[in-house]
Design a protein around this ligand. Structure first.
Ligand SMILES: *Cc1c(COP(=O)(O)O)cnc(C)c1O
Length: 352
């Protein structure tokens, strides 16, 4: 017990991010980064912002970025919140919208940051088990609750709910906030952004980290009713007035506006995901149907931890969670076609 620490710190169980190895020439398929470079227009905008104006604080309200996101998604500017990565947006969501006397509900197998925020902000919660096929069953989200959050598609399974299910979930709980974490939605699932106009309790959270190849820039956003957004602004303005720096603002606006680059790269990843799923199925893996930039797969005869170690010996890193129900699965980020081919070749050799 360190006497200098607060009680809160003594109680924390922090999130453990996927490894960012310092060695070169690894095929890195462990943290769902995009294998394609960011939009050249975003890089040019960041370079242009690397100027004398860095003396000055950025716009605390990020109005230009909110405007670009609002225009792209067909919503009003006061329906948009932006933050330093969607992890920061989510942190403010937990404190500002999900913390109530009644428990927050989320899936038992889900983004492992959720219980961490609950610990940090003392949010009571109850997890709802996925079914045996690792699917979320919205019928189970019943009973007393203060709020609901789920990723769609879910992580680390990659399985998505359709829009009708999301609409029904938010509609059935009009008295509580329902938050959909759409970190991976651009890789084939249906976004719930089109529902926010009719559902004042629905908040959608997205990120530029995955589908816009900007994990290193740290930009995330939320879209919802202006009342929900105001709660997030109140938390943000009680925490950090300038979470979005000038480089992030410039790069994010250009990335959102470069639709062509976005479409090309996300479709390349979707195509590679389908190729990789077919190849791994041929190797005997059971692959959960994914609409994300990763697949979640197990081999009925081979231990997942041993497969992950064997891949690592061949300079390929994938994610293995030593957690209940999923310790025999591997989560594999979709790389370039060449990276996916190298993975398949390595698996063939290991399984031989
Ligand atoms: C990657 C991820 C995030 C966080 O993304 P940021 O890089 O912080 O924007 C949020 N939710 C889920 C489910 C994720 O996988």
């Amino acid at each position: 017990m360190n006497p200098f620490w607060s009680d809160v710190v003594h109680q924390l169980t922090p999130y453990v991010p996927g490894e960012q190895p310092k060695v070169a020439n690894l095929i890195k398929l462990n943290t769902n980064e995009n294998p394609y470079p960011p939009s050249p227009k975003a890089l040019a905008a960041i370079q242009a912002a690397t100027a004398d104006t860095l003396r000055l604080y950025p716009d605390p309200n990020a109005d230009v970025l909110k405007g670009a996101i609002a225009a792209h998604y067909g919503v009003a500017t006061n329906q948009v919140f932006v933050g330093n990565g969607s992890d920061e947006v989510l942190a403010h969501v937990f404190l500002g919208l999900l913390k109530h006397a009644k428990p927050l509900l989320f899936p038992d197998i889900s983004y492992s940051f959720y219980p961490v925020y609950c610990g940090l902000y003392a949010v009571p919660y109850r997890t709802i088990p996925l079914d045996d096929a690792y699917a979320i069953r919205i019928e189970e989200y019943v009973g007393e609750c203060g709020a609901i959050i789920l990723p769609n598609p879910n992580a680390p399974t990659g399985r998505a709910l359709d829009l009708d299910a999301i609409r029904l979930l938010a509609h059935n709980h009009p008295e509580v906030p329902v938050v959909i974490d759409e970190a991976y939605v651009d890789f084939g699932a249906q976004s719930a952004v089109c529902l926010v106009r009719d559902l004042p309790n629905l908040l959608v959270v997205q990120t530029l980290s995955k589908s816009r190849s900007l994990a290193g820039l740290r930009v995330g956003f939320a879209i919802g009713d202006a009342g929900l957004i105001e709660a997030l602004e109140r938390v943000k303005n009680s925490f950090n007035s300038y979470p979005m720096d000038r480089l992030a603002l410039a790069g994010a606006v250009a990335a959102i506006e470069d639709r062509e680059h976005f479409e090309t790269t996300r479709h390349a990843i979707i195509a590679s995901r389908e190729h990789l799923t077919a190849a791994m199925t041929r190797l005997g893996f059971e692959v959960i149907p994914s609409t994300a930039n990763f697949i979640f797969a197990r081999h009925p005869q081979r231990d997942a931890g041993e497969l992950a170690s064997a891949l690592r010996e061949r300079a390929i890193i994938v994610r293995h969670f030593k957690a209940a129900r999923i310790d025999q699965h591997l989560r594999i980020t979709i790389g370039t076609e060449a990276e996916c081919a190298a993975l398949v070749a390595a698996l063939e050799a290991i399984l031989d």
